[in-house]
Design a protein around this ligand. Structure first.
Ligand SMILES: [Zn+2]
Length: 218
């Protein structure tokens, strides 16, 4: 009887410890879901950008319903704006977790109290037909991620130095070139493509093209 009791305690401790160390991955994993939507996690905190959106909106990418079931509990959802290819009012209403978009984006800085590993800053950026469009910079232990969203204006990203991963639509490359603006990013992640859209950019080491849903960056 005593032995079993001890055994149970040992097993419980083992489960707690292995789960704990599993949580401390100390690296960021990013999974592309579709359009400008992706999941970012360090094993402890789960952040979704521009997801859930309306599947197939404006001829952009569809996604399987199972993607919604995969959403982790107590996640953080950050939206650049509320166009249907980035945001679904219907689905977002049913989410539990913290939801940020233009209207409450200033509260995002308060997150640092709970999730000290991530520092998140928002920038107002312009996008046609949207009065409330924001780009974000995420700092995770000095690793910088820039989330551009749909903005057509490369001026904001042009001001930021030492980005590790810049999530940008192809048109930002075009406008940056036109305006002679340098994007100082080690890796440019081209996202928000149409299904089967081909990108001219060569898949060199400083480019990742989000053309296959489910692909990962580690
Ligand atoms: Zn869009």
């Amino acid at each position: 009887m005593k032995y079993t009791y001890k055994n149970t305690i040992v097993s419980i401790l083992f489960i707690i410890l292995t789960n704990f160390s599993f949580g401390q991955t100390n690296e960021i994993k990013i999974t592309f879901i579709g359009n400008a939507g992706f999941h970012m996690t360090d094993g402890n905190t789960n952040i979704y950008f521009d997801f859930p959106y309306k599947s197939g909106a404006y001829g952009y990418m569809t996604y399987d319903e199972t993607e919604l079931n995969k959403i982790k509990d107590n996640s953080i959802f950050i939206f650049t704006h509320k166009h249907a290819d980035h945001y679904s009012k219907k689905i977002v209403k049913k989410l539990n977790g913290k939801i940020y978009s233009g209207s409450n984006r200033k509260k995002i800085s308060r997150l640092e109290k709970d999730i000290s590993d991530f520092k998140i800053k928002s920038f107002r950026t312009k996008h046609r037909f949207s009065f409330n469009h924001y780009s974000y910079i995420i700092d995770w232990h000095g690793k910088k991620f820039f989330i551009s969203g749909d903005t057509e204006h490369p001026e904001t990203i042009g001001l930021i130095k030492g980005i590790d991963y810049a999530f940008i639509p192809t048109w930002i490359l075009f406008y940056a070139k036109e305006k002679n603006i340098t994007i100082d990013a080690k890796t440019k992640v081209l996202y928000h493509l149409y299904p089967n859209q081909k990108v001219e950019e060569k898949p060199t080491t400083d480019f990742i093209i989000f053309d296959k849903q489910g692909m990962n960056i580690k």
